[in-house]
Design a protein around this ligand. Structure first.
Ligand SMILES: N[C@@H](CCC(=O)N[C@@H](CS)C(=O)NCC(=O)O)C(=O)O
Length: 208
């Protein structure tokens, strides 16, 4: 498997899942601004939308979209138990992946872009905060979104991490702040995060 990623982008969730699974995978950095991979290849030829993550599966085909990629990794490495197999529990996982992708990812990510108009930022922040208030009640008294760690927690961690560079303060919601601390304490998450943080710092240095 080959993961096309950008440091600390949503593709971090797939790196976490691959580390949790102990998978033997290759990681190719993509500059999402120039749409070039680290070896100079045209990323549009890999994903015509120019978005990470993109996963080259073992049959050579490319899979896109966080929710699909994360479930593919979970299914490919079932021993890691990153997704429930019971159909009802799997639907709950799917529900969380959709919630994170549509309600959180799309409302928080515009806050990260310098050129986003202030009114759009205000709208994104208000929407994110209302979703986070709801999410906080769901995480009260729970360690994970489901009964055990799943790929949805990896995706949630990756998206909530972005709030550190926005005006959104997770400390407002103790269950969310505790969730983030729990995730940082997991070895696979800590390793993935530390590696991508280093790459992110290098990316910033290259851009300046
Ligand atoms: N719907 C896509 C969204 C992926 C996405 O937003 N990726 C961002 C990084 S977090 C990206 O590649 N942005 C580059 C761009 O918008 O050009 C998914 O869930 O995989």
């Amino acid at each position: 498997m080959k993961l096309y990623f950008s440091p600390l982008a949503c593709s971090l969730a797939t790196r976490i899942a691959l580390y949790e699974a102990g998978a033997d995978a290759e990681y190719v950095e993509v500059d999402t601004k120039t749409k070039k991979t680290e070896d100079g290849a045209d990323f549009f030829a890999i994903n015509a939308l120019g978005l990470v993550p993109a996963l080259r599966m073992e049959n050579g085909e490319i899979l896109t979209e966080n929710g699909a990629i994360l479930q593919h990794v979970a299914d490919r490495f079932p021993q890691a138990e990153l997704a429930p197999r019971d159909p009802l529990a799997r639907s709950r996982l799917h529900s969380w992946l959709c919630f994170i992708g549509t309600e959180l990812h799309t409302s928080i990510s515009p806050l990260l872009v310098k050129t986003t108009h202030e009114a759009v930022k205000a709208h994104g922040q208000a929407k994110a905060e209302s979703r986070l208030s709801w999410l906080a009640t769901k995480l009260e008294g729970r360690s994970f979104l489901l009964d055990r760690f799943s790929v949805a927690d990896a995706y949630l961690f990756s998206v909530l991490n972005w709030t550190t560079v926005t005006p959104i303060r997770l400390e407002r919601w103790p269950s969310l702040a505790e969730f983030m601390k729990r995730m940082h304490d997991r070895p696979a998450v800590a390793r993935a995060f530390a590696e991508e943080k280093d790459l992110y710092v290098r990316e910033l240095a290259r851009a300046s």
